[in-house]
Design a protein around this ligand. Structure first.
Ligand code: MN
Ligand code: MN
Length: 418
């Protein structure tokens, strides 16, 4: 077997996690194409006996993580865990809906943002509240109404559908209300990894913890007017059917008018920012959604067999929310370290600022996920664009490649076909 074909076999074996016929061939040395580590890691570099795993296990759980069970030979272990999920997050369930969250308390690497997955029942309400963090959100099911007040005292009421976004700057008071006919579900991102959905400033709690005579004086009403206010918080509750949008907007109208920024954005109606054979990307940040000054987002669709190309983000950590399909991501850091993980719908990933990564669609349907950054702008550096933008003699001498092949690097890409 010639060197080239053996190298190809090793690369193919490593990619498929195959023990293959080469098993043991490089067990001593490593250090070949597709299998570079010294000491060598990965199944291809060991024996079936050493690879075996006879101890206690939960097959339902382990089968969800093929890349943790059997990492590619190009992986080098030792990276902070960058996988988390809403699927195994505890739900707080009340009449009117539920919420679960992934915060830095459970997911150490995620210090920039935290995430919340919330559902409101038909007519469910998330009570009037505010918090120190900015709140970005994407609707994943149903229809929802938002009510918000800006710092000039100007109210806005808007109705949203699946795929729409909202953004509330820190401290602006707001409420969420399902519009029916079958409930609303969304994912919230707070611009602080420690922020929790269960730790927000609630209207009912402040009212209950203010002396009645102070309430009376503040609102210029008799004390008696407040005798039935709730003593406990509502947080999420089953509300009345919502008013018609026009009636709700008319009821809050003031001479001050409406806020001069829009707090909502229709992502579904937006044209893709980039389209390739392998998929498309929509980028939503303060350039097209001006109020979103501290969260930038991208909605990525990767077709079966496609891949989100090798790249990194120079300005911020990436927080990912997987919506449909199956994915495998490898993250690269100094060390060298490289670690591969698998993602399903409802899972969350984090890639630290400037760490290299790529994401493969490992399923048979479209892979759709969101990339979230705590920054005013989406930014990325593409490995292939960098190679195309570097003098070819320099690239060729680094990679020991035929300079004629480097022209391939010049193809513009974000999501690449297989
Ligand atoms: Mn909120
Ligand atoms: Mn990325």
């Amino acid at each position: 077997m010639g060197l080239l074909s053996r190298r190809s076999l090793l690369a193919a074996g490593a990619a498929a996690g195959s023990v293959a016929a080469t098993q043991g061939a490089s067990a001593q040395g490593g250090g070949v194409f597709g299998n570079p580590d010294r000491p060598a890691e990965g199944r291809i570099n060991t024996t079936p006996d050493a690879f075996s795993d006879p101890g206690p296990k939960n097959p339902g759980l382990t089968s969800q993580f093929p890349s943790f069970q059997d990492p590619p030979a190009t992986d080098v272990a030792g990276m902070d865990l960058f996988w988390a999920s809403f699927n195994n997050a505890h739900k707080r369930v009340q009449s009117g809906g539920w919420a679960r969250e992934v915060t830095q308390a459970d997911f150490a690497v995620s210090n920039a943002v935290s995430g919340v997955n919330m559902r409101l029942s038909t007519g469910g309400v998330r009570e009037l509240h505010w918090h120190q963090q900015a709140e970005w959100a994407v609707m994943v099911d149903g229809q929802c109404r938002i009510s918000v007040l800006d710092v000039e005292g100007r109210p806005a009421v808007r109705d949203l559908k699946q795929g729409d976004l909202w953004y509330f700057p820190p401290g602006l008071p707001h409420a969420l209300q399902d519009l029916g006919p079958s409930g609303a579900e969304f994912v919230l991102v707070f611009d602080n990894g420690r922020a929790s959905e269960f730790n927000t400033l609630l209207l009912t709690e402040w009212m209950a913890h203010t002396p009645p005579e102070v309430l009376a004086e503040n609102f210029d009403l008799p004390v008696d007017a407040f005798k039935n206010i709730p003593i406990d918080d509502l947080w999420i509750y089953q509300g009345p059917p919502p008013m018609a949008l026009a009636d709700a907007q008319a009821a809050v109208r003031t001479p001050l008018g409406e806020p001069d920024v829009e707090y909502t954005f229709s992502m579904i109606d937006m044209k893709p920012s980039k389209i390739t054979k392998g998929g498309e990307v929509k980028i939503i940040d303060s350039r097209n959604f001006p109020v979103s000054t501290n969260i930038a987002a991208a909605l990525v669709t990767v077709k079966p067999g496609g891949m989100r190309e090798l790249h990194w983000h120079p300005n911020a950590d990436e927080w990912q929310y997987y919506i449909t399909g199956q994915a495998r991501m490898t993250v690269f850091n100094t060390g060298p370290k490289a670690q591969t993980a698998d993602f399903c719908p409802g899972d969350v990933g984090v890639v630290k600022k400037s760490f290299g990564h790529y994401i493969q669609n490992t399923g048979t349907t479209d892979l759709v996920f969101m990339e979230i950054f705590k920054d005013r702008q989406y930014q990325e550096v593409s490995l292939s664009q960098w190679m195309a933008g570097t003098p070819p003699d320099l690239v060729a001498s680094h990679l020991n490649m035929d300079p004629k092949l480097l022209a391939k690097f010049r193809t513009p890409r974000v999501v690449v076909p297989s």
